[in-house]
Design a protein around this ligand. Sequence first.
Ligand SMILES: *[C@@H]1O[C@H](CO)[C@@H](O)[C@H](O)[C@H]1NC(C)=O
Ligand SMILES: *[C@@H]1O[C@H](CO)[C@@H](O)[C@H](O)[C@H]1NC(C)=O
Ligand SMILES: *[C@@H]1O[C@H](CO)[C@@H](O)[C@H](O)[C@H]1NC(C)=O
Ligand SMILES: *[C@@H]1O[C@H](CO)[C@@H](O)[C@H](O)[C@H]1NC(C)=O
Ligand SMILES: *[C@@H]1O[C@H](CO)[C@@H](O)[C@H](O)[C@H]1NC(C)=O
Ligand SMILES: *[C@@H]1O[C@H](CO)[C@@H](O)[C@H](O)[C@H]1NC(C)=O
Ligand SMILES: *[C@@H]1O[C@H](CO)[C@@H](O)[C@H](O)[C@H]1NC(C)=O
Length: 828
Amino acid sequence: MDSKALLFRALAFLSLMPFSSPFAPSDNYLLNCGSPTNASLENRVFMGDSARPGSLFLSKDKSISLADQNPPPNSSVLYRTARVFTGASSYEFKINKSGIHLVRFHFSPFVAQNFDLKVATFGVSVDGYSVLSDFSTKVTVLKEFIVYIKEGVLEIALSPASGSAFGFVNAIEVFSAPENFIIDLGARLITAAETQEYKNLSSQVLETIHRINVGGSKLTPFNDTLWRTWIPDDEYLVLKSAAKRAVATDPPNYQNGGATPEIAPDNVYMTAQQMNRDNSTMSGKFNITWEFPVDSDDGRYLVRLHFCDIVSRALNQLYFDVYINGDSAYNNLDLSVLTYHVLASPFYIDFVVDSDRSGVMQISVGPSDLSSTMRINAILNGAEIMKMLGSVSDPSGSQKKKVWVIVGATVGGFAVLLMLVVAILLAMKCKKKKPKRRPSGSIAWTQLRVYGGSSHSKTSVGTLNTSPRANGYLGLRIPFVDVQLATNNFDKNLIVGSGGFGMVYKGVLKDGTKVAVKRGVPGSRQGLPEFQTEITVLSKIRHRHLVSLVGYCEEQSEMILVYEYMEKGSLKSHLYGLGLPHLSWKQRLEICIGAARGLHYLHTGSAQGIIHRDIKSTNILLDENYVAKVADFGLSRSGPCLNETHVSTGVKGSFGYLDPEYFRRQQLTDKSDVYSFGVVLFEVLCARPAVDPLLAREQVNLAEWAMQWQKKGMLLQIVDPHLVGQIKPSSLKKYGETAEKCLAEYGIDRPTMGDVLWNLEYALQLQENGRAREPHEDSDVIDSELPSAGNVPRIPSSNVRTREDDGDGSSDISTTQVFSQLITNEGR
Ligand SMILES: *[C@@H]1O[C@H](CO)[C@@H](O)[C@H](O)[C@H]1NC(C)=O
Ligand SMILES: *[C@@H]1O[C@H](CO)[C@@H](O)[C@H](O)[C@H]1NC(C)=O
Ligand SMILES: *[C@@H]1O[C@H](CO)[C@@H](O)[C@H](O)[C@H]1NC(C)=O
Ligand SMILES: *[C@@H]1O[C@H](CO)[C@@H](O)[C@H](O)[C@H]1NC(C)=O
Ligand SMILES: *[C@@H]1O[C@H](CO)[C@@H](O)[C@H](O)[C@H]1NC(C)=O
Ligand SMILES: *[C@@H]1O[C@H](CO)[C@@H](O)[C@H](O)[C@H]1NC(C)=O
Ligand SMILES: *[C@@H]1O[C@H](CO)[C@@H](O)[C@H](O)[C@H]1NC(C)=O
């Protein structure tokens, strides 16, 4: 790797690294009102607002500073002074950056001189919007408002209510919220009749009413990224015995769920309440319900619920329903899917709910109908209830700015330097360790080698560090607005899945083409070079059994890939997903054959040498006619380097598919794909996951378990009950042998994908014709010299198709062509 490429990589790396440095707001004003001195509190300095006559911030001043002569010994330093205004007064703050801001007012009434602050009644407005009117308090309270504020001057006006001689405030905070703290996308408006999307959330002035760390302890501003206070949920539980605390020991995986430490801190996601099934009087399905006091008027509320699956031992075990005020708010919540198949990944959902005037907001979670009886559970990690006070003037702009940019801009010079060093070290380490097959450039796609189009020359993709634009793929570029349009502006309801790269949305392009839109997320490890290389590679590969790239978008720091839409979803969902019809044996064989063909092409076709590395039933997709297509070519391998820790987290979800030899020797060959494919074959036959930790020990790992039965010649015992009686014994025998060979301990003993394909075709023939008709008897199909499976010579034949990738990928390849393909390929 030359130094320029290295620098490029390091920089790309930098711009995408999730930083754990504390959030640094671009606007940040903290005032200790009525005090001449600065007050240090929870690592923050509140500036005295009366350091000199006529405060720095007071633009309209009919006020005095008041000090509590007799403060309680343990009271906060902020509450020992107050600004008391006897007439309309205002503070002015210069706002550097338009966007959502948090505005907090601290009120802690005391008696001093002639003022009893407990009797003060007053109003407060933010940017002309009245947030408090006729307000008075006898106890210490903190009022928090979340408001969109435009760049320029923010005026906070306070005035005594008519009939009251004065008002007061002890402290004021005004600071920028993190980007995407309140977004317009994906909020769900809940009514008794239906759920629809609520738009324009960011234009709402919100008042925080409750902020609850469910199942956890009180969190103080010191514990929180945005200096919030979270309180425990116990006193709000309707039936305490229904809930049981869950506590995680490891910090959450903030990567795929959409939540960040600023949305809620670790501590919120590391604790939860779950169904208490220890109490024998609580049996079957039941809800956990909380009731939070709210105003009993007609108000509308934003209910933000936080989830993080810290209770499941494996993915796809937790399905539950959420109810608000008795209305269904979210059915079959499946965190595994919503968080890209990463356990313990924080996720939050915004609900907009109208008050039912009862004076309480009732929130319940309970097991959904999808839960298997063994794994009934439901959880909640955190809840925030904010009253929607009304809408401010159009909050335009700023919404589209990306966190990456902000992150990049807020990191100090030293950190940049440090990251650069780390990135370079990583890159060098990768280079050293990389297996033979992988050209320089290392990550995921960069290991791929492509056929150089019409010139037939082989190119190492690893050297293609240039932008796709430079490579002339302009035809594939899709304007961001078109992607927005296609996905209804990344409507959460259109999310169909996820991967290491980001969320996947269903969409429809302007021309009516259905597409799957994969949008890179900040924090994703998939870097820019990989994104570009992927476009370079995918734009050249076209095959009927490989999911194809429709286009991409890289405007506005976006990294978006648009693929053809696969109507029927993943193979996995059809094997043991929920509510889908069972596939017949013939359908399953055809799907395996299709996938094998796609893989075979990757390994040995004209794009020779591509190793998928993540073959599993979720990466085999089905179109509307159940034609199988292999997807996610190494996208899940987004770590900086194959051998680095990242990859081991990346393979979490696909552990049961991993080639043991590759695992031991760290050397990648196409036989690793063959191994994974063998696992898929058993998965297809037995309709169970590759790894199911809840089963008896000897059954947990499908590959091991199925191999035992196969070796005993008793495979039929473990066949999917829906297939029993359907499979002809000869077909099953061939199939079992094929899968067994794929799972051979050593790569060298495994068949090539070509052999696998041949054998699967044969198993299909056996099923169809009933009789063990040897393929070489098929003189009308192929040259009679065609030998038995596993030893196909390279003989040209009159039926030969020399290349399968004639660009359109539309060729329908028959059995005949499989053989011919085998014959012409070099890669064995
Ligand atoms: C706002 O920007 C000015 C310069 O543009 C800077 O001096 C000031 O510190 C910024 N204010 C805050 C609160 O960051
Ligand atoms: C209080 O803090 C501000 C800004 O941090 C600083 O300019 C000022 O000098 C401080 N005042 C005192 C009395 O320390
Ligand atoms: C201060 O101490 C009193 C009595 O010990 C207690 O009731 C009160 O809650 C404390 N206040 C705070 C803010 O800790
Ligand atoms: C939402 O915002 C858009 C554009 O800002 C505006 O056209 C629309 O009227 C708003 N809708 C509501 C319900 O406020
Ligand atoms: C929160 O911060 C306090 C210090 O203010 C500390 O004692 C406590 O352990 C922290 N709690 C958690 C859960 O981190
Ligand atoms: C078990 O649940 C019942 C209510 O269903 C409750 O009255 C009882 O206290 C609970 N027992 C324990 C030990 O929590
Ligand atoms: C949970 O609460 C909802 C709404 O009140 C109700 O419809 C549902 O039947 C409850 N589920 C169970 C298992 O009690």
